[in-house]
Design a protein around this ligand. Sequence first.
Ligand code: GTB
Length: 212
Amino acid sequence: MTITITAFHRSPDGGRGLARDTRVRWALEEVGQPYEVRGVTFAALKEPAHLALNPFGQIPTYEEGGLVLFESGAIVLHIAERHTGLLPEESDARARAIAWMFAAVNSVEPPILELETAKFADGDKPWGADRMPLVRERVRTRLKQFAAHLGERPWLDGDFSAGDLMMVSVLLRVKSSGLLNDFPNLTAYVARAEARPAYKRAYDAQHAFNTR
Ligand code: GTB
């Protein structure tokens, strides 16, 4: 069955891979599933046809036969559950990998999103400059906690899993802020993931799509 995902018709990041379709492309590449991409303009995101796929009018969405999904974490989990390669077979290890996926989107991504909002949406407000150090500190706290846990292991829990895929996808959003530089093990973790052939294929595909 054909898999179709949605992505920005043209991402504001110009193809740097920061929009959330990249993590879905990456998961599909890891498990070797071909997919098609439908670009959606910002205006079309809020029109009925797209709202029928995602009530919040956002990308990415995922269509496969009659199945429609939104939320990048749920989409990656679905891909990981349907195909081998992204979740361990053993049930406890599988549960831990899924817990890391939730940790990525629920515990690490929120302060990173707050930093992006502080920078891009609120940066010109009178209180924008005062707020920035506080928000950066919140991100740093999470990174410090995560770095302490990861230590020198290559991946979170044995082999590379959907937990790593989601965590690295989130950490990539903070790379340009310089905050990762204080944590050499996190920098190495992200670089290890970026070196995966599946990540490279996903990155290249979204880059080509956004610079076509
Ligand atoms: N929780 C949802 C998920 O995980 O799927 C969040 C989805 C989401 O935020 N989608 C964004 C979107 O559709 C794109 S990824 N925004 C349009 C809208 O809300 O109207 C966020 C994003 C956008 C742009 C960049 N960038 O250019 O650097 C990076 C990340």
